[in-house]
Design a binder for this molecule. Structure first.
Ligand SMILES: *Cc1c(COP(=O)(O)O)cnc(C)c1O
Length: 402
């Protein structure tokens, strides 16, 4: 029999396995340099890819909105918490994504949980890439629909599962995969979904703002419309640098979610100031092509350097030859062993670099990695410094274990 007296021992075992997680206290705004314990560290682990989290226009919009709207939203959207700021942002995001309508959620986790459960349930089926973000997997599992995982980015494997006496079929995938930085084969997935009368849902948390024309994301890169991808999900806490999330799609989809998505209905609306801040950051996302250009060149510089060092980078596969090459702000280095990954990350920290060690269960067992993320605000020289530090951290590791 298990009771709570075993918690300390469980924690101890977690520590011994190199899986223990703890928090770092940040004393500065997000940016290339983070202040931690009075020390300045070079930040290579944030999802603020475009460098907008502390952008003066975004900060000013937030402050002004606090003057206009106060801080709290007061209630859920369906009671009296849906402000003009939220509404305007929804309209602008619909325009940005080329979808009929948008619905704001308080977080991406909640959006994914709410949407999947609103669309499928008992008697239906949900198909997910096995490397999907935890919130998508949790959403699928809690929906009550038959839950199937297909091999990563493997459309043929998905196809082989897509049959049976089930009602609705929902195919769910990350656009840019959060821990690998590679890409879902969206055109093929969309074609398969169409052939099987399934719906395709794409979570483009890491592609929006970063990829595609004007930052429209992976769906924009492939020119996929609302017909191809009926459910598009985006987060605002990453490329947009603010907070919150949204679902974009047809009027019918959005109205369905308003009626049925429990994580929309039963939660307090995002403070309106976040909506106003996001409206300001959306302007920068659309206008600042230089941020994407810069990220692209930094990513390529890092990758070339890492490969020269013989490090194991994740293969970023591009599904169609017809399109522009894809690139990612997420550049993981696979180490494999959790403890070694933590050691390298600690050594980098000692050298002044913040790079996160990603371990199971966030990634599959045996694929622990350093998740290096780049920002449009990094200097080339800083990327070079990281590569030098990485080389050192890994060399001494081999000799230590010999
Ligand atoms: C971060 C993330 C989420 C969750 O979004 P939050 O707004 O942070 O809750 C969902 N999906 C993916 C792919 C993500 O990377």
């Amino acid at each position: 029999m298990s009771d709570f007296s075993q918690l300390p021992a469980e924690l101890q075992a977690h520590k011994a396995a190199g899986l223990y997680r703890s928090r770092r206290v940040i004393e500065s705004p997000q940016g290339i340099h983070l202040q931690v314990n009075g020390r300045s560290l070079l930040n290579f682990c944030s999802n603020d890819y475009l460098g907008l989290a502390n952008h003066p226009e975004v900060v000013a919009a937030f402050k002004k909105a606090v003057d206009d709207y106060g801080v709290g939203s007061g209630s859920a959207h369906l009671i009296c918490g849906h402000s003009r700021a939220h509404h305007a942002l929804e309209e602008e995001l619909a325009d940005f994504t080329g979808r009929d309508k948008v619905l704001l959620f308080s977080t991406g986790y909640m959006a994914n949980l709410g949407v999947i459960s609103a669309l499928v349930g008992r008697g239906d089926a949900v198909y997910e890439d096995r490397l999907n973000h935890a919130s998508l997997l949790d959403g699928g599992l809690s929906s009550g629909a038959r839950f199937k995982r297909y091999r990563h980015a493997d459309v043929a494997h998905l196809d082989s599962q897509l049959h049976g006496p089930w009602g609705r079929s929902l195919i769910v995938t990350d656009g840019v995969f959060s821990m690998d930085g590679d890409f879902a084969p969206l055109p093929e997935l969309a074609a398969l979904a169409k052939a099987k009368k399934a719906w395709l849902m794409v979570d483009d948390a890491h592609g929006l703002g970063v990829l595609g024309h004007k930052g429209g994301g992976l769906v924009a890169h492939y020119g996929l419309t609302q017909q191809h991808v009926p459910v598009l999900m985006g987060t605002l806490g990453k490329g947009f640098g603010t907070f919150g999330a949204f679902i974009a799609g047809s009027e019918t989809l959005i109205e369905t979610l308003i009626q049925k998505a429990r994580s929309y209905i039963f939660t307090t609306a995002l403070p309106p100031a976040f909506a106003e801040a996001t409206r300001a950051s959306l302007k920068r996302v659309i206008a600042d092509d230089w941020r994407r250009e810069r990220l692209k060149s930094l990513a390529s510089r890092f990758r070339t350097g890492a490969e020269q060092l013989g490090l194991e980078c994740v293969q970023t596969t591009v599904a169609t030859e017809a399109s522009e090459p894809l690139w990612s702000a997420i550049q993981p280095i696979i180490i494999g062993d959790s403890q070694q990954t933590v050691t390298i990350s600690e050594r980098l920290l000692a050298a002044g670099f913040l790079v996160s060690a990603i371990r199971p269960p966030t990634v599959p067992k045996g694929s622990a990695r350093l998740r290096v993320t780049l920002s449009a605000l990094h200097e080339e020289q800083q990327v070079d410094q990281l590569l030098t530090a990485l080389e050192k951290a890994m060399l001494s590791l081999t000799s230590a274990s010999d």
